[in-house]
Ligand binder design. Sequence first.
Ligand code: BV8
Ligand code: ZN
Length: 250
Amino acid sequence: MTDIEKLGKILAQSTSAVFFGGAGMSTESGIPDFRSATGIYNQKLNQTFSPEEMASHDFFLQHPEEFFAFYRARFVYLDAKPNAGHLALAELERRGHLSAVVTQNIDGLHQLAGSQVVYELHGSIRRSYCVKCGAKYDIDYVMNNTPIPYCEKCGGIVKPDVVLYGEQLDGDTINGAIRAIINADTLIVGGTSLIVYPAAGLIDYFRGQHLILINKTATHADDAAELVIREPIGTTLAEAVRSLKLEFRS
Ligand code: BV8
Ligand code: ZN
């Protein structure tokens, strides 16, 4: 049996699978990841600061103008579309095999693909808020009000709802993700280097039967996985769902 058939079989038997993903899930949609050779963190963007410094809370406070220039240039891909992998996960949810997507991505592609239960651990570029009064703004407001978007109500800075380095993750989102992972019968981890915490630590709550890793490069969780697939995650998930459908002809 091929890895794809094994994956399809496990998914067919799952009733509460969870997908835990990262930037590798969106590279097939044309959004670069961070730590691959072609990733954002390997591009020399700025003489003085590293990309990880520019995506930090302190940098946002101290250099807002450079922060927004970097953010608009490197984090926002509004014309990116969900790929076959996003669509496959939405299909698995519709068929009752998958209970939740837990993502570190901020691109909103899982929801665009039709996934209903999505925990965005690092927030989303689609939402922004005034740091002073909390007024909500959409992405267009941030893109169009240069160099720094200010709140129309109180003059405070409008910040993207994205968790920067040194910022805490949203408590409810973390709790929802942990609950889903604790109750999962299958956990698929994919498109992530599992380097960033506390997000990467959430997979340790898994106590179900099937741990599956789908990632182009090795991760520290590979040894614990029943199945490690070193293929593009979008096409892999799509093929697994196709094999599942063939089996059940519905
Ligand atoms: C916190 C939002 C504490 C913006 C992100 C020193 C100083 C400060 C902090 C720290 C420090 N040391 C450690 C920390 C903690 C820090 C951290 O973990 N740092 C790491 C780098 C060591 N964490 C934090 O700061 C967190 N907050 O700790 O707060 C606190 C406590 C109390 C009170 C106040 C504060 C906040 C972390 C969130 C940071 N924000 N993103 C942005 O989008 O950049 S993190 C950033 O990395 C992205 O969100 C991204 O999602 C995340 C993880 O990266 P991955 O998704 O895994 O992507 P990566 O490129 O790494 O891997 C992709 C993989 O896919 C690769 O392996 C590749 O081979 C594979 N792949 C690619 N394409 C495909 C594929 N596989 C299959 N198919 C393909 N097609
Ligand atoms: Zn305001």
